[in-house]
Write a protein that binds this ligand. Sequence first.
Ligand SMILES: NC(=O)c1ccc[n+]([C@@H]2O[C@H](COP(=O)([O-])OP(=O)(O)OC[C@H]3O[C@@H](n4cnc5c(N)ncnc54)[C@H](OP(=O)(O)O)[C@@H]3O)[C@@H](O)[C@H]2O)c1
Length: 231
Amino acid sequence: MDLTGKVAIVTGPAKGIGRATVEALLHKGAVVAGWGRTAPEGLVHERFQFFECDVRDEHAVAEAFTNTQRELGPEIHALVNNAGVGLFGPIDGFSSADWHAMFDTNVHGTFYCTRAVLPQMKKQRAGHLVNVASLAATAGTANLAGYCATKYAVRGFSDALFKEVRPDGIRVTCVMPGSVETNFNGGHPGAVPDPYKMQPADIAAAIVHALEAPAATMVSEIQLRPAQVKK
Ligand SMILES: NC(=O)c1ccc[n+]([C@@H]2O[C@H](COP(=O)([O-])OP(=O)(O)OC[C@H]3O[C@@H](n4cnc5c(N)ncnc54)[C@H](OP(=O)(O)O)[C@@H]3O)[C@@H](O)[C@H]2O)c1
């Protein structure tokens, strides 16, 4: 589908995969609403608007949706549920606050944002939901039990949702990246790209690929891995 002039919402647009997705969508001619706690620094574009929104807060999400429609018009073509946090550590001693922060952001935030846009997409009989899960939704990893649980939840949500909304003409894609060089889990992207990690723009390109799929095609899942194995 041609993205020119189409309205897309991206959650967590400040940095990392979210910011790269905003930039890739702008490059494709889309009108982009960024929903996040922090605005992307230095990003000024006539087709980009930032709406303050903590995705853990269902009222803030509902307000962001109302403001987006007021500013950008009623039609919403895509929602990229990207905002997420990863907090790692062994389960004995794992803090309840960290556990809840992950579920509130990764799982409940995805639900709140999806619920906000779906009635409009159903009205349009068109729309595309992209949920950023992780390879942590495909296999468990020691010390990532909480994070894996949230991403398995996002993948399960995506799979069930695509069956639910396909009759309404709405597409659902679950994107599952491996290591990406971002600020995720305390990361600090270096000046030179890490050869053992993917770059945020690589994931953004996969998201755009799914969004641009021909009308008769739905890319249901995408798994992305670093090409080189770290020795
Ligand atoms: N990096 C990886 O290796 C990797 C691999 C697989 C999947 N992922 C997934 O990719 C997604 C993006 O992560 P990233 O790697 O780009 O990490 P990042 O650089 O830390 O970016 C995370 C983004 O989410 C936003 N965010 C966090 N909590 C939020 C909230 N409550 N409400 C609104 N926005 C919020 C952050 O902005 P503020 O903190 O300013 O609000 C930031 O813009 C996450 O879902 C993550 O689980 C990452």
